[in-house]
Design a protein around this ligand. Structure first.
Ligand code: ATP
Ligand code: MG
Length: 418
């Protein structure tokens, strides 16, 4: 993509009326636009990041047999009454249709997925099944001050697993922990993300959260360095302030944000819908469930919180909007300038042909300083500069975002550069 045609612009300063760092920097760099508290538009650069995160999640979940669906966001009151959540789920956005009936905007989808799967899966032979979607969720959050970390409209991957018994649920639940770590690793957050014990509600002793350390986080977790796991503050007392694995009491407190969580639901949502299956002997048994969430928009905000420096964003490779930002540094000498432009154009095409995603700063009106500042702010992993100086040695200057070192690489060698 050419910066000269990209309709979004970076800003010299972050928006003054936005308090949260992730929203400030993402708005300043032109990734998102804010419509209202907790409600954002994804602009081209931001949408590219979101799609990258989406692709990673889809790949990893498909790899363990996930089947993707897309459920509606507009849902009738009756399904929420079946589970009691019309009354009990305080964040539900409720509205009235022109048929005078009440509806809710989906805050989570157990009430939709259970009756849908029940239409198709009724025998032990059909189980297990893993159904997921990547979709907008709506929650009437009281505190929508954390930018992308807590949206009123936000994007979630929600997966629901259906099993014949608890043993099968347990083994899939363990497998999902591995899948989640793969996802967070590919999103560049592995070193900061901890499997965290959290209260499991009434159905299992614990649930597990995946908490990423950041001062912007709303939770407090207590980390056991030895076991590399953590406990959410809210359950600390249940565990007698000890690591559930090794029993040590020397735990380190950190602020963190929950980027994902996994729950054993057992028959919490299948029972109210009367959802059972027939086992090998023809006996009816309750379908056992688990649910597994990841907030994609929260993940994007978390990456912005965790991966930046004073000059801007520093995107991990797999989620960067482009892998390369190519800069052409214009000069006053006409002949020289032509050479720079021709070289940069050729490089742009070559790199794209070799499969690289390139953001090409081909603007004539912007100064070299402005272009460098924008590249730092936008935060693509590799910066390439074609200038009079680099062309003196038939080279292009290569610099990695987040590192100071620059090197001149011969143009003839650059296509293979990764
Ligand atoms: P929290 O404890 O942060 O309020 P939650 O426990 O209610 O979240 P779930 O309902 O289990 O979260 O949702 C699954 C995932 O969706 C969470 O792990 C988080 O990543 C994301 N998520 C939840 N609420 C929001 C929100 N308001 N904005 C963005 N992401 C969210
Ligand atoms: Mg939570």
């Amino acid at each position: 993509m050419r910066l000269s045609t990209l309709f979004t612009k970076t800003n010299k300063e972050a928006p003054k009326d936005e308090l949260s760092f992730n929203a400030r920097i993402l708005m300043q760099a032109g990734f998102i636009d804010k419509l209202a508290a907790g409600v954002y538009t994804y602009l081209p650069l931001g949408l590219r990041v979101l799609k990258k995160i989406e692709a990673i999640i889809r790949q990893e979940i498909d790899a363990v047999g996930g089947q993707e669906v897309l459920m509606p966001a507009l849902t009738p009151k009756s399904i929420w009454e079946t589970t009691g959540r019309w009354q009990n789920l305080d964040v539900l956005f409720k509205l009235v249709g022109s048929d005078s009936r009440e509806y809710a905007l989906g805050a989570t989808h157990e009430e939709v997925v259970v009756p849908a799967v029940a239409q198709h899966v009724f025998s032990y032979k059909d189980l297990p099944v893993y159904v997921y979607q990547i979709q907008d969720k709506f929650r009437n959050e009281k505190r929508a001050k954390s930018g992308m970390l807590r949206g009123r409209e936000f994007i979630m991957k929600d997966l629901y697993s259906f099993h014949a018994d608890e043993t099968d649920l347990d083994s899939f639940y363990k497998e999902m922990q591995k899948v989640y770590f793969k996802i967070f690793e590919r999103c560049g957050l592995l070193d900061k993300t901890y499997l965290t014990f959290a209260s499991g509600g009434s159905f299992s002793k614990y649930s597990h959260e995946f908490q990423t350390i950041t001062p912007a986080g709303e939770d407090e977790i207590y980390i056991c360095e030895e076991c590399q796991i953590a406990i959410n503050r809210e359950i600390l007392d249940d565990l007698e302030r000890k690591c559930p694995n090794c029993g040590t009491k020397s735990l380190r407190m950190e602020k963190a944000i929950e980027v994902g969580n996994i729950f054993k639901l057992k028959d919490k949502y299948s029972a109210p819908f009367g959802y059972t299956y027939l086992d090998e002997t023809g006996k009816r048994k309750p379908v056992i469930m688990g649910c597994y969430g990841i907030g994609l928009s929260r993940l994007m905000g978390t990456i912005a919180e965790v991966r930046h420096d004073e000059r801007g964003l520093v995107w991990p490779k797999e989620v960067a909007p482009f892998s390369v930002q190519l800069i052409q540094v214009n000069t006053k000498d006409l002949a020289e300038n032509n050479k720079i432009k021709l070289t940069a154009e050729k490089l742009y095409k070559d790199l794209q042909q070799s499969g690289m995603e390139v953001l090409f700063d081909d603007r004539d009106e912007a100064s070299a300083g402005e272009k460098f500042a924008d590249a730092d702010l936008i935060g693509c992993p590799i910066r390439l500069v074609v200038s009079e100086r680099s062309l003196n040695s038939d080279s292009v200057e290569v610099k990695k975002r987040g590192e100071e070192e620059k090197e001149l690489v011969k143009l003839s060698k650059i296509s293979g550069y990764k």
